[in-house]
Every structure is written in structure tokens, then in C-alpha cells.
Design a protein around this ligand. Structure first.
Ligand SMILES: Cc1cc2nc3c(=O)[nH]c(=O)nc-3n(C[C@H](O)[C@H](O)[C@H](O)COP(=O)(O)OP(=O)(O)OC[C@H]3O[C@@H](n4cnc5c(N)ncnc54)[C@H](O)[C@@H]3O)c2cc1C
Length: 397
């Protein structure tokens, strides 16, 4: 009988588990059908993720640092502001290659093959793949949002738990990322500058708009931004955006197996941030396995990840399609980012990942008088310029 831990999927979640277990001397075999590839993604990594996983910040890997953000509201109101903490934007081929290399150096065996079936039970798994049959004692499912084994181990994602995405890799460079909200779109458009190209894409709740419609909206925005996508490579993929009840009720582990990252549906349903949660869930699973307490994984996930994601899931609809003070939420968000320093600081903290959803409402209520006053002063043109507005901050409305 094999004592191996088999990991299906070599994205950030799978390669992180492989690295940490192999470092601790475990026998690890990671299988991925493509290994390092340009997985459809923005590639944006927040300050919170960079601080918790400093090798992403400190090691010599190609990435682009973005220190400004431009937001465009559904009515076309625009604001560009400096991010307090820069965001790193990676090509996914580079990021996956870097993380897989760490796993290999730690002693994990990497196999390029597609797993086609999994049978057996705890301690005696049999994995059939394009490179043959393999036995394993423990199984880690890290096969991403299209995880073909999800229904075998847990609840299948329903269409309402997914976002459709479409995008292009367009040549060019910048240190400013752009986000655009559109009327009636439960999602947004992003233009993320990498070191030598932009990952420009759109996401929308599955079933509300077809991929073709999303693509048309994106192309219109890219043309307006002066980006030539005529020879750019097109991509589309799905992004988990689970409801709070799906997050609460989906099984993420059982006897002899666990799911991590997108395979477990661990993505922020508002921002689409999944890289941090892939690494965080991988870290929590690894610590449970190294304590010989695999059953602790779902408890750790609940404590450290699910509460925040469930809160995001509860407010996601309201964020994209609801109103705040009689206007669409993204409209007010852009307005106050432009007119209030307190609100701008809150946005910087949200982009850095240091402001969570659970205490967002309290912070908003606490700072609302300052936000309203700053906004009113600006509207009346009475602002005495004691602390000058950063020169990068400009209104383009
Ligand atoms: C368009 C788009 C934009 C995004 N932008 C961002 C962003 O800017 N920032 C952010 O934080 N998150 C972003 N995300 C989310 C992010 O891409 C994911 O959360 C992240 O990749 C999850 O990592 P993972 O390791 O769980 O899964 P994945 O990265 O999907 O890795 C899964 C791996 O499993 C392999 N695999 C699948 N099936 C099999 C099989 N049967 N056998 C062998 N191997 C298999 C695949 O080849 C793949 O390499 C975006 C997602 C999309 C779709």
C-alpha cells in the first residue's frame, strides 16, 4: 500500500500543499495535465497575500507592480487614485512555474498527466491518469473551478454559484490598473497591466449574460480605452462565486481527502480574488495534515476563511445591483472615492485586503459624517487645502 499524498492539480493551491508537505518529509506526487500554463486570470495579488506569503513579494520572479487604480462607474464617472499598498500582477505561467519549482525543490514529484478517474477510499486511493495507475493514502483535490471530481466528493457547483469570464491578453504596459462597472452587469471589467501585456477581462453572473454578450461589452470598453485587441489571444473560464449557503453546506473534506482553492469554491464573490484563498486553504490543510489531524481542516477553514467569504456572498448582490443613498452602489463608490479622503482610505484598505467585509459596515457608519462633510465641502468648492490632494488623484468625469 502506498503512503503517498496524491495532489490533483498544480495551480497555486496544489503546489503550495506539495511544497509544505514535501518539506516536512512526506511522500508527495502532484499531477497536473498542463503544469505551468497561462491559466485565465487577472494575476493580481493583494498586499495581504504578499505579506502572508512573502516569497511572492521577495523572490526574483517577473511581475508588475501597480500603484494606482482607476475606477469607472456605470454612468462613466471616473477617478484615479494612488493605492496605499501596491498590488503585484503576475502572468499565471510565471506564477505557476515559480510555485511548481518550489514544490519540486522541496522534494515533491511532479507528473504531467490528466487524472481521469479516482476510486477507493481513505488509505487506499487508486488514481487513473494519462500516465498510468497510481495508489495513494491521502487525496488532495486542487483541480480548480472545473474540478471534474467535485460531484463525486461534494455538491456540484450550480450555475448560480459561478461567474462567466472572458478576456484578452493585450500587449502593453502601465502601473495603473483599471476597473469598470456597467449598468445591469453583476460583475465588472478589469484591465490589469502585467510586465509586458494587459490581462483585460470581464466577469458576470452565469446565466444572466452569455459569454458572447460579455465579450462584446469588453471589446467595446477596450476600443474606448484605445487598446488594440485585434490580434490578442482570447480566453474564457469560470470563476466560483458561491452563495453563503453553498459555502456553508459544501463538504470540503472527508475521510482521506480534502479540497483546496477553486476546487472548494473559495473565491471572493465580489472581487473574484482567489489566489489568496487558494494559498490560505492550502496552508490550513497542510497544517492540519502535519498535525496528523486532517479532520481539523474544515474547522480551520470555517474560522479563518469562510466567515469572511460568507459575508461577501451576502452583500454581493447588493453591491452589484443594489442602491446606496438612492444611487447604484458602484456609482456612489466612485463618487466618494473622488470626493472624500476618508472614503479613499477605505478603498485603499479594501484593495490592500486589510479591510475585511465583516467590519466594513461599522467603519462606514463611523466615518460617514467625515465622508459626507468632505464630500459636501468639495461640492461647494470651500475646501481649505491644508492636506493637498495627491497629485495622482484626478477626476475624469
Ligand atoms: C478570468 C479570471 C480572472 C481572475 N483574476 C484573479 C486575480 O486577478 N486575482 C486573484 O486573486 N484571483 C483571480 N482569479 C481567480 C484565480 O485564478 C483562482 O482562484 C486560482 O487560480 C485558484 O487556484 P487553484 O490552484 O485552486 O486552481 P487553478 O489555478 O485553477 O489550478 C487547477 C489546476 O488543476 C489542473 N487540473 C484540472 N483538472 C485536472 C485533472 N483532471 N488532472 C490533472 N490536472 C488537472 C489544471 O491544469 C490547473 O493547473 C481569476 C479567475 C478568473 C477565471
Amino acid at each position: 500500500m502506498s503512503d503517498a499524498v496524491a495532489i490533483v492539480g498544480g495551480g497555486p493551491a496544489g503546489s503550495y500543499v506539495a511544497t509544505e508537505l514535501a518539506r516536512a518529509g512526506r511522500h508527495v506526487v502532484l499531477m497536473d495535465e498542463k503544469l505551468a500554463w497561462e491559466k485565465p486570470c487577472g494575476g493580481g495579488i493583494t498586499h495581504k497575500a504578499l505579506s502572508q506569503y512573502p516569497f511572492l513579494r521577495d523572490e526574483h520572479v517577473e511581475r508588475n507592480w501597480v500603484d494606482r487604480c482607476e475606477l469607472t462607474s456605470p454612468s462613466g464617472q471616473r477617478v484615479c487614485f494612488p493605492l496605499g499598498q501596491p498590488i503585484a500582477i503576475f502572468s499565471r505561467r510565471v506564477l505557476n512555474g515559480f510555485l511548481l519549482e518550489r514544490a519540486k525543490t522541496a522534494g515533491a514529484k511532479l507528473v504531467q498527466s490528466r487524472v481521469t478517474s479516482i476510486q477507493g477510499s481513505a488509505g487506499a486511493w487508486q488514481l487513473q491518469s494519462t500516465s498510468g495507475l497510481m495508489g495513494a493514502a491521502y487525496l488532495v483535490l486542487a483541480a480548480g473551478a472545473r474540478n471534474p471530481f467535485r460531484s463525486q466528493f461534494s455538491l456540484q457547483f450550480s450555475p448560480s454559484d459561478l461567474m462567466a469570464t472572458a478576456g484578452y491578453y493585450v500587449p502593453g504596459n502601465s502601473s495603473c490598473m483599471q476597473l469598470q462597472f456597467l449598468q445591469g452587469l453583476h460583475g465588472y471589467i478589469w484591465i490589469f497591466p502585467r510586465s509586458d501585456h494587459f490581462s483585460a477581462g470581464i466577469c458576470g453572473r452565469m446565466g444572466r449574460m452569455s459569454t458572447a454578450e460579455l465579450r462584446r461589452l469588453l471589446e467595446k470598453t477596450l476600443s474606448a480605452a484605445g487598446l488594440d485587441f485585434s490580434r490578442a489571444k482570447f480566453y474564457s473560464h469560470v470563476l466560483p462565486a458561491l452563495s453563503s449557503s453553498a459555502l456553508r453546506h459544501s463538504r470540503v473534506s472527508g475521510p482521506g481527502w480534502a479540497m483546496v482553492g477553486d476546487a472548494a469554491g473559495l473565491v471572493d464573490p465580489i472581487t473574484g480574488e482567489g489566489l489568496y484563498y487558494a494559498l490560505r486553504s492550502a496552508e490550513l490543510l497542510t497544517s492540519a495534515l502535519l498535525e496528523d489531524a486532517p479532520e481539523a481542516y474544515s474547522y480551520l477553514l470555517e474560522q479563518h476563511v469562510l466567515a469572511e467569504l460568507e459575508m461577501a456572498a451576502r452583500v454581493a448582490n447588493r453591491f452589484f445591483t443594489g442602491e446606496w443613498m438612492g444611487e447604484a452602489v458602484p456609482e456612489m463608490m466612485v463618487h466618494y472615492t473622488q470626493t472624500s479622503e476618508h472614503f479613499r482610505q477605505l478603498m485603499c484598505d479594501l484593495f490592500a485586503g486589510t479591510q475585511g467585509y465583516r467590519d466594513l459596515r461599522q467603519r462606514l457608519y463611523r466615518t460617514l459624517p467625515s465622508i459626507a462633510a468632505e464630500s459636501a465641502v468639495r461640492a461647494l468648492g470651500l475646501r481649505r487645502d491644508r492636506s493637498p490632494m495627491p497629485s495622482e488623484l484626478r477626476s475624469a468625469s
